[in-house]
Design a protein. Structure first.
Length: 81
């Protein structure tokens, strides 16, 4: 079940930091660090557990692939509309 966190000082500090500086995460991660992320040709990301694939009839791995990119590259692709 989802849950809601309210008035937690640690969470509120992060919210304030990200709200005050939209570039905060980009500054922290930089463009030199490479991050692994999933890429999908259909803009659909399905969670799957590779270990349980044999238990599911007609199981096919999603078309997603794992790629390495900087946060700046990821952000540029994520904001494409």
């Amino acid at each position: 079940k989802p849950f809601v966190i309210r008035n937690d000082p640690s969470v509120m500090e992060v919210v304030r930091r990200w709200d005050d500086d939209p570039e905060y995460l980009h500054k922290k991660l930089g463009d030199e660090n490479r991050i692994y992320t999933e890429r999908s040709p259909k803009n659909h990301f399905m969670y799957y557990n590779v270990r349980k694939r044999k238990q599911v009839r007609n199981w096919r791995q999603p078309e997603n692939d794992v790629v390495s990119m900087s946060y700046g590259e990821w952000l540029e692709r994520a904001l494409l509309r």
